[in-house]
Ligand binder design. Structure first.
Ligand code: ADP
Length: 535
C-alpha cells in the first residue's frame, strides 16, 4: 500500500515539475514574442521577470526542499494563478487591445490544458471568470465584445474535456487495479522479463524468494536460479523452449527451492518480453521422496522378513538332518554292548555330517558375503588364475555330488586362459552359475563354454531347465530375489547377487537370456587385464 502511494507521489511530483518548467519556458518565449511583435505595448520588465523567476524557482526548489516537494501541487496551481493574474494586469494595462484579447484566450486555453483535477479546473474557472468580468467593467468598450462569452465557452469546453479524460483515466486505473490484483493474488509466482531483466514481478514470487520487489526489479532472471542450474537454463532461454521444466531456485536467505517453470514470449508493442510462471514444488518433492522412502522401507521390511523365513528354513534342513543322524547313532550305540559301531557305519555317518556341516558353513559364508558387500568390506586378492582350470575343477567336483551325478555337464574350453583375478572369488562365480544351471536345469544336460576374445574371457552356461519369466530377468541379480516359490527349490536368493558384485568388482559384467520353460543362458564377461599386466 505504502509502496503504491510512494509511486503515485513521485509521479505527481514529476508531472508538476514538468508543468512548472514548461510554463516558465513558454512565458519566457512570449517575452520575446511580445517584445518583437508589440514593441510599444505596456509590459514592465520587473513584473514579467518576477513571474518567470517565481515559477522557475518553485521548479528548482522542488529538488532541494522537502517542504516545497510536499506542497508542490498547491505551489504549481498558485504559479498558474499568478501567471494569469499578471497577464490580466498587462491586459488591463494595454486597455483590451485586440492582441491582448487573443493572448488572454491563448493563456487561458494553455493553462486549462494543464489542469489535472476537476476541482482545480473549477476554481481556476471561477478565478478567471471573476478577473474577466472585472476587465469588462474597467476597460471601456469590452462589454460590447465577445470577450467574456469567449472565455466562458473555453471553460465549458475545458470542463467537459477534462471530465471525459478523467473518466477514461479512471476506467484505465480500475482495469489496471483489477489486473494488478489478479497478478498478485495468483498462487503461482509470475514475472515478466525483457532479455533476462525483470521488469515486473508479482507478490507470490516476491514472497517465495524473500527479496523485496525493488531488489528484484532490474535483476537478471538467471540470478534467481541455483548456481548449478544457471548455465543450463540460460542455454534453454536462448532457444526459446516453452515446455515446463523443473529446476532449482535460490531464496534471499540462500536456501534452495525446487521450482517448476513455464515461460512464454509475447510482444509488448515492438518489444519482445517473456512471461514466466514459477511454482514452488519443494513441498510436493519432499512428500514424494518421503513416500518413496516409506515404500522402500516397507519393501525392505518385507524382503527382510521373507529372507529370515527362507534362511531359517535353509539352516534348519541341515540342522534337522544332523539332529536325526545323531539320534540314530545314539540309538544304535545303546543297542550294542561295547558301545562301538562298525567302521563302515561310522564312515557313512561322518561323511553325512561333513556334508551337512559344509552346507551350514556355505550358508553362513553366503550371508557373511552379503554383509561384506553391503559394508564395502569385500576384499579381492588379485593373482594370475587359469580360468579354464577353475571351470574344470568346479565342474568335476559338482559332478561328484550325488544329486547332480546323473546330469550331463559338458565343457567346451580352450586350454589355458589366464586372467588377473581373485581365485577364490572366481571359483565362487563359476560354482554359483553351474550349480544354478544344474539345480534349475530340470535334470537336462548343461553346456558350458569358455571363450577368449580380444582382451576378455566369456563364460557361457546354457541349460534347458525351468527358465525364468521375463519380469524376473533383471531382479534375480538383486538381493534375496528368487524367480520361483521359496519351497519349490531350496536357495537363499543371494547367489546371483553375490556373483554380480564379484564380477563387477573385476570390471566384468553378467547377463542372462531365458524363456520360461525352455531354459536359460548366463554369460559372464571378465577382462583378462592380468595377462596384459604380467606380460
Ligand atoms: P537361489 O538359487 O539361492 O535362489 P540365486 O541368486 O542363485 O539364488 O538365483 C536367484 C533366482 O534366479 C533363483 O531363485 C531362480 O529363481 C533364478 N535362477 C537362477 N539361475 C537359474 C537358472 N539357470 N534357471 C532358472 N532360474 C534360475
Amino acid at each position: 500500500m505504502n509502496k503504491s502511494t510512494d509511486d503515485e507521489n513521485s509521479k505527481e511530483l514529476s508531472t508538476y515539475r514538468r508543468l512548472l518548467a514548461l510554463t516558465s519556458l513558454v512565458y519566457l518565449f512570449w517575452w520575446f514574442a511580445v517584445d518583437a511583435l508589440l514593441p510599444t505595448a505596456f509590459n514592465p520588465f520587473l513584473g514579467r521577470f518576477a513571474v518567470i523567476a517565481i515559477v522557475f524557482a518553485v521548479f528548482v526548489m522542488s529538488y532541494f526542499d522537502e517542504r516545497v516537494r510536499q506542497r508542490i501541487r498547491f505551489l504549481a496551481i498558485a504559479s498558474t494563478w499568478l501567471l494569469t493574474a499578471h497577464y490580466f494586469y498587462l491586459f488591463y494595462g494595454n486597455s483590451g487591445d485586440f492582441n491582448w484579447v487573443v493572448g488572454a484566450f491563448i493563456t487561458v486555453i494553455a493553462i486549462n490544458l494543464g489542469q489535472l483535477s476537476a476541482a482545480e479546473l473549477l476554481s481556476y474557472t471561477a478565478f478567471v471568470t471573476a478577473l474577466s468580468s472585472l476587465m469588462v467593467l474597467v476597460i471601456p468598450g469590452l462589454e460590447h465584445s465577445v470577450f467574456l462569452p469567449g472565455i466562458i465557452t473555453i471553460f465549458i469546453q475545458a470542463n467537459i474535456a477534462l471530465r471525459s479524460r478523467l473518466e477514461m483515466i479512471k476506467t484505465l486505473e480500475n482495469t489496471n487495479r483489477r489486473f494488478q490484483l489478479l497478478f498478485n493474488s495468483t498462487f503461482e509466482g509470475v514475472l515478466v522479463h525483457e532479455n533476462g531483466i525483470i521488469i515486473d514481478i508479482n507478490d507470490s514470487l516476491v514472497h517465495m524468494l524473500g527479496f523485496s520487489r525493488q531488489e528484484l526489479i532490474g535483476k537478471n532472471v538467471i540470478d534467481l536460479l541455483h548456481p548449478d542450474q544457471r548455465e543450463r537454463i540460460a542455454e534453454g532461454m536462448k532457444s526459446d523452449i516453452l515446455i515446463p521444466y523443473e529446476t532449482k531456485g535460490m531464496t534471499r536467505a540462500g536456501a534452495t527451492i525446487d521450482i517448476e517453470v513455464r515461460a512464454k514470449s509475447f510482444k509488448d508493442g515492438k518489444r519482445l518480453a517473456r512471461l514466466v510462471t514459477i511454482q514452488d514444488t519443494s513441498d510436493r518433492k519432499r512428500a514424494e521422496s518421503e513416500k518413496i522412502i516409506a515404500l522402500t522401507m516397507k519393501e525392505n521390511v518385507r524382503i527382510r522378513d521373507e529372507f529370515i523365513s527362507i534362511a531359517s528354513h535353509e539352516l534348519r534342513t541341515p540342522i534337522s538332518t544332523l539332529k536325526l543322524q545323531t539320534r540314530m547313532i545314539e540309538r544304535e550305540l545303546k543297542k550294542t554292548d561295547d558301545r562301538v559301531l562298525p567302521p563302515e557305519y561310522m564312515e557313512n555317518f561322518i561323511s553325512l555330517f561333513h556334508r551337512q556341516i559344509d552346507r551350514l558353513t556355505e550358508l553362513v559364508e553366503t550371508m557373511l558375503d552379503v554383509s561384506r558387500i553391503s559394508s564395502g568390506r569385500l576384499k579381492l586378492t588379485f593373482q594370475s588364475v587359469d580360468f579354464t582350470a577353475v571351470v574344470r575343477e568346479i565342474a568335476s567336483s559338482l559332478q561328484l555330488q550325488s544329486e547332480y551325478s546323473k546330469q550331463l555337464l559338458s565343457i567346451d574350453a580352450a586350454e589355458q586362459i589366464i586372467i588377473w583375478a581373485d581365485r577364490s572369488r572366481i571359483e565362487q562365480i563359476v560354482e554359483n552359475i553351474l550349480t544354478n544351471a544344474l539345480k534349475y536345469g530340470d535334470g537336462k544336460p548343461v553346456f558350458c563354454k569358455v571363450i577368449k576374445a580380444d582382451s576378455e574371457v566369456f563364460f557361457i552356461v546354457e541349460d534347458h531347465g525351468i527358465g525364468i519369466a521375463e519380469e524376473y530377468l533383471q531382479r534375480i541379480f538383486e538381493r534375496f530375489e528368487r524367480a520361483i516359490s521359496a519351497r519349490h527349490i531350496s536357495g537363499l536368493g543371494l547367489g546371483l547377487y553375490i556373483t554380480r558384485q564379484i564380477v563387477e568388482a573385476h570390471s566384468g559384467s553378467i547377463h542372462v537370456q531365458s524363456k520360461l520353460g525352455e531354459g536359460s543362458t548366463f554369460t559372464v564377461r571378465l577382462p583378462l587385464k592380468a595377462t596384459d599386466r604380467i606380460i
